[in-house]
Design a protein around this ligand. Structure first.
Ligand code: ARG
Ligand code: ZN
Length: 854
């Protein structure tokens, strides 16, 4: 049942308008769909998608069909003889309450809500569930008035009344034709926050945010973030909102982060609700970024959508890029970029190196939900960013404007996007297009040669992309390589090298002294850099490059090298240069103006970043080296750490860039101090007790967990007690308990599974425990007795029958089993094999297990 990108066929029929009527009921919701269809292909049957539906009746032009006039199976409803233009009425019944997959129409607590992307609409009604069928929607929702004060759908509200039976009846109309994946319905009782936004052309838009009753105060930040996003898109890309109303609803049961349904975004409540006491700086950041992301989809996704799901990166890569640019403008561009680079170097490089490797535009898909990946999204965003680097900001903006103007109201392809970029800028992008079809992580090897007599600097670059599981043969890509030359006299020069061949030489004339070259400034291409820069020069770059990202990156490269030396058998004391210790001390004594950058400069790479640098991951070696270096730094830098910690002023919590940066640096100091000080217990206790916000509270918990287990046990008990009634905060507690590097983690998880707020049906709860365990606890997950792998295996197996989409996402850490030593390989493989043998395994989990075992 695997689909291939090249098998695309235009639809045999189109649906121009749909009238949907929902009579809501927990277990027997009736959906009446009246569609206007037109034939596009002579003689073809009409095959509508539908799953988990009970068909009540079918009529063509008002005439009921009998059972032998259509064909029905588990996945479709087919009609053979049809006129060229007709009205089709389909009545179905479904049970939202038993829909644990959270796809289609389901109950999130008491709230009815929908999730249709990618192929969830077929669980609501029989339809052409594909993104290139664009229809105008009229929606009627009927539900008991008392219980459901709010009945919402896309577009503008046409009418609302209460009928004689006490039902509320609301009608909606969305004037913009859309694919069914953008359909949404919400019914429930909420607190509603409202705002107004006047667009640049002077149109008045009412903004409405719906949250759980009692949570109104926690919605304010998201609502203001929405206004910032709307203004930003006008100013940066001249894009204005197009309806009179924009609604955002937060629900407690949601598979992903959020969904851009036209005029009615539905959000995981984790990415809406925030106040100082319950949300961390990171949560605030994520909320603003995801609010922005879904809003930006209105143009890049909704007004112009995807022709087929293979084109997903057309909207997602582009929209992630847009949300990254938005976040950068709202806060620290350097920090945003560092976080994006970390994600590429960990999860994305790992995906390329594993059995699920795929290009940003996949070629083969069994279950589309498996391709909402860090490759399609985040590498996709890197590809867009490279385009902007190559075309310049203005050229890129012109290309985007042409793309949106040319294709407004259409469902298009990645090629259409590149064509518009090319037409608007008169640049030849034919080589660049390879980024869409080639998977894998390119390796870029660089070296320099300076010739004093001719004052010429020669730069040698060569690229090589290793084979991936999906694609053995690779070609040379077009790579924008930004560099900076640092001269001894303090002067600097910037250049953009555009690489097009496997191997290339660039000659820079009139270079009068040999500079230090900063390669791949701002991570200008998503590659692994192989540069032979000695320690002294790396530290020089870390101290002097203009780009904060490059400075941080130099430190990361430096540490990778030190970790490798430690793994090779050197004592950590012997490989740590004095120059480094004094450089770190001076950053602590005199932090950079950007305190968050300072914290990043002082941080070691994490386990996953280091792991990606090895063919076979030396689990124990990396863990031992990291622990050894941190311990050593903590001791050597004890005084400056303490002083820096104490010097940073404490003020009442407020979320803004400067304050968040200060907290970041302070937590970093605390982290090291926890490893060094005899009186760390007191310090940690005090940090925890005096915190007026969740960021500092979590910092104390995390720092104690790594270094002071007794203190951690005390604090986490207090924390669990204090927040026992708040599910989103309990998720943080679950995640902390599951990241405990000590063996007690297994008992901790067992205890949390019995917590009244834990539920296997809620993806946030399950992820809080098990993503943390499998992705933030390498010590226990990778145990040599296999207990960690078995724990994850059992969860995936159990969850597969409840919510296959979430199960398939959790399995990721097991898929890269080939990257480990023979003992671990064998244990992981056996766990995967047991999963493969489960009868009735979902497509979602099957596709991944199968790819990884063959
Ligand atoms: N389009 C949504 C977003 O990126 C994500 C929806 C993913 N849903 C899914 N079932 N895979 O904002
Ligand atoms: Zn998106």
């Amino acid at each position: 049942n695997v689909k291939s990108r090249h098998d695309y066929q235009p639809p045999a029929f189109i649906i121009s308008t749909v009238k949907l009527c929902f009579e809501l009921d927990n277990t027997a919701t009736k959906v009446t769909s009246v569609m206007q269809l037109q034939r596009r292909q002579a003689g073809a049957p009409l095959k509508l998608d539908g799953q988990h539906l009970q068909l009540l009746s079918v009529a063509v032009n008002g005439k009921q069909l009998s059972e032998h006039e259509y064909r029905l199976d588990d996945e479709s409803l087919t009609l053979d003889t049809l006129p060229d233009s007709f009205e089709l009425t389909v009545v179905t019944q479904l049970s939202p309450q038993t829909n644990t997959a959270l796809e289609g129409l389901y109950l999130a607590g008491q709230t009815f809500c929908t999730q249709c992307e990618a192929e969830g609409f077929r669980r609501i009604s029989y339809f052409l569930d594909r993104p290139d069928v664009l229809a105008e929607y009229f929606v009627t929702i009927i539900a008991p008035a008392e219980q459901y004060p709010f009945l919402l759908s896309n577009g503008n509200k046409l009418s609302e009344h209460i009928d004689s039976a006490g039902n509320r009846v609301v009608q909606w109309h969305d004037p913009f034709a859309k694919p069914c994946y953008l359909f949404a319905l919400v019914a429930g009782d909420f607190d509603r926050l409202t705002e107004r936004f006047v667009t640049q052309s002077g149109r008045d838009v009412s903004l409405e945010l719906y949250v759980d009753k009692g949570a109104a105060a926690k919605g304010e930040f998201a609502l203001q973030a929405l206004k910032r996003a709307m203004r930003w898109d006008e100013q940066r890309f001249n894009l204005e909102y197009d309806l009179d109303i924009y609604m955002v609803v937060a629900v407690d049961f949601f598979n992903m982060g959020a969904m851009e349904n036209k005029g009615l975004n539905i959000f995981n409540s984790k990415y809406v609700l925030a106040d100082a006491g319950t949300a961390t700086d990171k949560d605030y950041f994520n909320i603003e970024s995801i609010i922005g992301h879904e809003y930006f989809h209105n143009w890049t996704g909704n007004r112009v959508t995807c022709r087929d799901w293979f084109q997903l990166s057309l909207k997602e890569g582009l929209t992630v890029f847009r949300d990254q640019e938005f976040s950068a403008d709202m806060g620290s561009p350097t920090l945003c970029r560092i976080d994006a680079v970390k994600l590429i170097r960990t999860a994305q490089f790992a995906e390329d190196a594993g059995p699920m490797a795929h290009p940003i535009r996949p070629e083969q898909v069994l279950e589309m939900n498996n391709f909402y990946t860090v490759t399609v999204y985040d590498k996709g965003a890197e590809v867009i960013r490279m385009l902007q680097t190559l075309l310049g900001r203005n050229g890129f903006a012109a290309g985007l404007a042409l793309y949106l103007q040319r294709h407004d109201g259409q469902a298009v392809t990645c090629d259409d996007f590149l064509q518009a970029m090319q037409d608007a800028t008169a640049k030849d992008l034919s080589r660049f297009a390879l980024w869409y079809s080639q998977s894998g992580t390119p390796e870029l090897a660089v070296s320099q040669h300076y010739d004093a007599p001719s004052a010429q600097l020669t730069l040698n670059l060569s690229q090589h992309t290793p084979a991936t599981t999906d694609q053995p043969i690779k070609q040379a890509l077009m790579l924008p390589v930004q560099i900076e030359l640092l001269f001894a006299d303090g002067t600097k020069q910037q250049h953009l090298l555009v690489m097009q061949e496997a191997s290339q030489q660039f000659l820079l004339p009139e270079i009068h002294t040999e500079p230090v070259v900063v390669w791949l400034e701002h991570f200008s291409a998503p590659v692994k850099l192989k540069a032979d820069i000695d320690d002294r020069h790396l530290l020089f770059i870390a101290g002097n490059a203009s780009d904060g990202v490059a400075r941080w990156d130099a430190m990361q490269q430096f540490w990778s090298r030190k970790v490798a030396q430690a793994i090779a058998g050197n004592a950590v004391e012997d490989v740590l240069p004095e120059a480094l210790v004094s450089m770190m001390a001076s950053w602590l004594q005199q932090p950079e103006p950007d305190l968050a950058l300072t914290a990043e400069l002082l941080s070691l790479p994490d386990f996953d970043t280091l792991a990606e640098q090895y063919q076979q991951v030396p689990v124990d070696g990396i863990l031992a080296a990291l622990a050894g270096f941190k311990q050593l730094l903590a001791m050597r830098l004890r005084e400056p750490l303490l002083q820096c910690y104490q010097r940073l002023p404490l003020s009442a919590y407020h979320y803004d860039q400067a304050a968040a940066a200060q907290r970041r640096l302070r937590s970093l100091c605390l982290h090291y101090l926890a490893l060094s000080a005899v009186d760390a217990t007191e310090l940690l206790q005090q940090h925890y007790q005096s915190a007026d916000n969740m960021t500092d509270t979590m910092a104390a918990l995390a720092a104690s967990q790594q270094a002071q287990p007794a203190t951690f046990n005390l604090l986490i008990d207090d924390f669990a007690q204090r927040w026992q009634h708040d599910a989103l905060v309990m998720d943080k507690c679950f995640a902390l308990v599951a990241s405990d590097p000590a063996e007690q983690v297994f008992d901790g998880i067992e205890t949390m599974l019995r917590h009244p707020l834990f539920s296997w049906h809620n993806p946030n709860r399950v992820r809080a425990l098990y993503s943390a365990f499998s992705m933030r606890n390498p010590q226990q997950f990778h145990r040599l007795d296999g207990k960690g792998y078995a724990a994850l295996e059992q969860v995936v197996g159990k969850l597969d029958g409840i919510n296959a989409q979430v199960a398939a996402r959790l399995i990721t850490p097991l898929l890269s089993w080939r990257r480990f030593d023979p003992v671990r390989q064998q244990l992981m493989q056996a766990a995967l094999q047991r999963l493969a043998n489960i009868p009735g395994l979902s497509n979602d989990v099957y596709e991944k297990v199968n790819r990884s075992l063959t």
